[in-house]
Design a protein around this ligand. Structure first.
Ligand code: FCB
Length: 452
């Protein structure tokens, strides 16, 4: 069992979830700043105004990463911190924050992976139609170019979008994420198409503007399908389920992955969405399907699948009492074997697990430590599963645990704690959890101490 020698052992965060400083140094508002003001939008009325105050405490946080032995860190850049109006005037103080942070990461031998868009869309551009505006792909690409011009001398790994299916599905269809819209499906899919075009144009812009060699990727949310047994029939049923068209929404994995990797929307989904599919202009799919240096998969959940009498996928319920996180997401560590394995067959592109983790009821004990054995166990099993996928020939380049520290979990506010580091939101004190110490050992042995 072996991870590559240059395996990226990371942790991940996103700007709005940790930075706070929502009005500092010329930052403009994002759709999340505005959404949090809506009564009832976020649990407990929580906001990201202060969050972990990473904006003020980034040096401490880099020191924590160094202590943990991370060699990689996935962060995102707040678009409205850099461009308060989304386009036009550049906020130099905002850019300078990321320059300082990235320099400190490099000094600590931590390779930054920079996500350009992790959901904090500039409110000014939202007022002009957001992802529904036909110019929105270009706005995003222009912002990407600006950031890359400034940072590509010190950043190699770039992620264009984080989870388009989630900011489109939950943000523009289900209404539970910013900007809180419940649009009809045709407009949802149009916004999604524009986001994909934004990805393609941004990928081109990154490569054109890069001052040193870059890797360009995208981070996708995937709900994995785990075959109920190793039988060929169950594996084939799981494979079918993984790519099956989803009626009524935009949660089909292939709807997002096929365009970026293969330059087409999947046939079955197109048939299903016949009345609502976006109009694809000549050249759109070529723009979207830019070469990918890697695909990032954010993997948390799974469904167990067996083959029915006719070979069709059938969902297998879990046994009563199956372990679950505070989010009530079932714990299925085998998803880090079956996800990469089945995805890589269809998209044979080097991959990173750009997010994986669990929320838990963690607090600082009377002994001053934060004990989180469930997180350690879940992550150990998940990494062991991932290493088996690597043994099977899947080109796995890295793992970024979600998250470096407890943070603002979107509509769930501060209720869900995903961190390797505990954050006391009253004092902003950081306490590395037991899992952070355990992860340090995993990194130091390149995974040799994981369970077989
Ligand atoms: C993902 C998001 C990330 C975090 C985790 C728990 O969908 O990308 O920001 O909230 O879920």
């Amino acid at each position: 069992m072996a991870f590559r020698n240059d395996f990226a052992w990371g942790a991940a965060t996103a700007a709005y979830q940790i930075e706070g400083a929502h009005e500092a140094d010329g930052k403009g508002p994002s759709v999340w700043d505005m959404f949090c003001r809506r009564p009832g939008a976020v649990r407990n009325g929580d906001t990201g105004n202060v969050a972990c105050d990473h904006y003020g405490r980034w040096q401490d946080d880099v020191a924590l990463m160094r202590e943990m032995g991370l060699n990689a860190y996935r962060l995102s850049i707040s678009w409205p911190r850099v461009l308060p109006e989304g386009r036009g005037t550049v906020n130099e103080r905002g850019l300078a924050f990321y320059e300082r942070l990235i320099d400190a990461l490099r000094d600590a031998n931590i390779e930054p992976m920079v996500t350009l868009f992790h959901w904090d869309y500039p409110y000014a551009l939202y007022r002009r139609g957001g992802w529904l505006n036909p110019d929105s792909p270009r706005w995003f690409a222009d912002y990407a170019r600006l950031v890359v011009e400034r940072l590509s001398d010190r950043v190699r790994d770039w992620v264009t979008l984080n989870e388009p299916q989630v900011f489109i599905g939950d943000g523009h269809h289900g209404g539970k994420h910013a900007p809180g819209l419940r649009l009809p499906l045709d407009e949802v899919l149009l916004a999604g198409h524009n986001a994909l075009l934004g990805h393609g144009l941004a990928a081109q812009a990154i490569r054109a503007a890069a001052r040193s060699p870059v890797n360009v990727g995208i981070a996708m949310a995937v709900s994995v399908k785990i075959p109920a047994s190793d039988s060929a029939a169950d594996v084939s049923a799981a494979r079918q389920a993984l790519f099956a068209a989803q009626p009524g929404g935009c949660w089909c994995n292939g709807w997002w992955l096929d365009p970026v990797a293969h330059g087409r929307y999947p046939e079955e989904s197109l048939r299903l969405h016949e009345a609502t599919a976006p109009r694809v202009a000549p050249g759109d799919m070529e723009t979207i399907a830019q070469p990918l240096d890697f695909v990032g998969y954010n993997i948390y959940t799974a469904e167990h699948i067996r083959a029915g009498a006719d070979g069709q996928p059938v969902s297998v319920p879990r046994a009563p009492g199956h372990p679950h996180s505070l989010f009530n997401w079932p714990i299925d560590p085998e998803n880090l074997y079956w996800g990469p394995k089945l995805l890589y067959e269809t998209y044979p592109v080097p991959l990173h697990i750009t997010e994986n983790g669990m929320s838990n009821i963690d607090w600082v004990s009377v002994d001053g430590a934060c004990h989180d054995p469930q997180r350690i166990d879940m992550t150990a099993r998940s990494l062991a599963a991932l290493s088996r996928a690597a043994d099977d020939g899947v080109d796995v380049r890295g793992y970024y645990h979600w998250s470096l520290m407890d943070n603002f979990e979107w509509a769930e506010g501060y209720h869900q704690r995903f961190g390797l580091v505990h954050v006391d939101y009253a004092t902003l004190k950081r306490t590395p959890k037991d899992s952070a110490k355990w992860y340090r050992q995993v990194i130091a042995t390149n995974g040799a101490n994981l369970p077989r």
